[in-house]
Design a protein around this ligand. Sequence first.
Ligand code: FES
Length: 79
Amino acid sequence: MGGPPRFACRCGQVTRRKVAALVRRGAVSLEALGEACGAGISCRSCHPTLRALIERHRPAADPPPPRQLVLFDPDGPGR
Ligand code: FES
């Protein structure tokens, strides 16, 4: 057998798949994951793995609002 271990958190018996799904739904901190599924709240040795999964599966940030481009200011200099 190869690949990464099935559990992201052995203490909580929380799978990597479960953590990824929760992160995609907005649990993007260790605290949020702990509340959502109990991952990372015991020995904490899984925190590096949980942080890596958060970074990997975090939803993309909302794009910044478009900036308004002013080409001509009718009240500007020259009037
Ligand atoms: S392995 Fe996750 S809290 Fe212990």
